[in-house]
Design a protein around this ligand. Structure first.
Ligand SMILES: Nc1nc2c(ncn2[C@@H]2O[C@H](COP(=O)(O)OP(=O)(O)OP(=O)(O)O)[C@@H](O)[C@H]2O)c(=O)[nH]1
Ligand SMILES: [Mg+2]
Ligand SMILES: [Zn+2]
Ligand SMILES: [Zn+2]
Length: 348
């Protein structure tokens, strides 16, 4: 029988150290974890593995319930519903509530209004244990003896949630996207089957363009609080060296809700290009020098958008900027391929 890694689900093998599932030959019959999971767990060393062609749609179609997990601090960037295809039975689970400065009512109300979500939704924090008891009770009541899959974008906390609910510390969790690379199944004595799945890599998320060190900086680790910036026409605000907003018309009060490790720098439209070229990879970091070179190669895009008080400008894979006062036009500078969009603000 082929044994599988308890952490990431891949079949264990000792033929090729460069392929997923490798364990040294002398450990093949006893190891629970593949070498990659072992290193993630014990040394915090991450290696990414391609899961191209993974049949998400098929898996979604073969279970009784999909728990669709999204990242509370990157709801837009982790909204990968289209990739799941079969959506007969799906519950939305918004994770990382500990990083959000909003109440449950505010977040769930926003999801209904702005995302048009009219099915079951939960707001939880795996890290703090918030909302887990009622989620678990509803889940095991409604889906006892059935197959339940945890699906969603990479890094939203699918594995953390399953590990915590089942009290299973073998399941591999890491701060980097792309940790789980196959299906990880666990059966309860009553026949209920829990399935952790690899994350879907969403289109247009900025942190997927970055190296692991830069990813760690851009993924928020503390509750978002947001500094205020009052900007007039001709002024720019850089979000690290990854993005910049320039006011083309109006006077706006902005509140960037992004990781505290991404430096915010106010400058003028004339100086913006020079600042980004000189400081990116240096004190405007992320990106590091290597990531800046990658972004330069990809190229940048600039678009002008109309904005008004009460709206939020979401940058996939980074967070959002709340427009607290004023209206006008903003020029958004982003690496090519990174998605942004404007929705009504979470708190209004
Ligand atoms: N702040 C916060 N971080 C969380 C929470 N839940 C999970 N995380 C963190 O999110 C990161 C990703 O967690 P994983 O459980 O590996 O995410 P995943 O969705 O399984 O990711 P992939 O396997 O890459 O698809 C880890 O650093 C977790 O500690 C939470 O409730 N709050
Ligand atoms: Mg995982
Ligand atoms: Zn593994
Ligand atoms: Zn980098």
């Amino acid at each position: 029988m082929i044994r599988k890694c308890s952490g990431c689900g891949v079949p264990l093998q000792s033929d090729d150290p460069d392929k997923a599932g490798y364990v040294p030959p002398e450990k093949l019959s006893i190891a629970k974890l593949c070498q990659r999971c072992f290193r993630i767990k014990h040394y915090g060393e991450f290696r990414s593995v391609s899961i191209e062609g993974f049949p998400f749609d098929e898996i979604a179609g073969g279970v009784d319930l999909i728990c669709f997990i999204v990242d509370g601090v990157d709801i837009e960037g982790s909204w990968v519903l289209d990739s799941l295809g079969h959506l007969r039975k799906i519950w939305l689970v918004i994770n990382k509530a500990d990083l959000l400065p909003f109440s449950k009512e505010e977040v769930l109300g926003w999801i209904r209004k702005e995302k048009g979500w009219d099915r079951k939704a939960f707001l939880i924090s795996v890290r703090k244990g918030w909302g887990l008891r009622s989620f678990w009770e509803e889940l095991t009541f409604a889906y006892k003896g059935r197959r339940i899959a945890f699906m969603g974008a990479t890094n939203v906390g699918k594995s953390s949630l399953m590990a915590r609910l089942l009290g299973d510390s073998d399941i591999t969790v890491s701060p980097w996207p792309g940790t789980t690379i196959s299906l990880v199944e666990r059966a309860l004595p009553d026949g209920t089957i829990f399935i952790d799945t690899p994350g879907i890599i969403p289109y247009g998320r900025i942190y997927d363009l970055l190296c692991p060190d830069c990813q760690k900086m851009i993924i928020p680790s503390k509750k978002l609080c947001g500094k205020l910036f009052f900007l007039k026409e001709g002024k720019s605000l850089t979000l690290g060296g990854l993005s910049a907003l320039t006011i083309k018309k109006g006077r706006l009060l902005l509140k960037p809700m992004i990781s505290h490790e991404v430096p915010l720098h106010r400058t003028s439209e004339q100086r913006l290009g020079e600042v980004l070229i000189k400081a990116s990879g240096d004190w405007l970091r992320p990106p590091c020098k290597g990531c800046f070179a990658t972004l330069e190669e990809l190229g940048w895009k600039e678009e002008e958008v109309d904005v008004k008080e009460g709206e939020d400008l979401f940058i996939s894979g980074m967070g959002w900027v709340s427009l607290l006062e004023g209206e006008g036009k903003v020029k958004v500078l982003l690496p090519q391929g990174v998605r942004y969009n404007i929705l009504g603000g979470i708190r209004r």
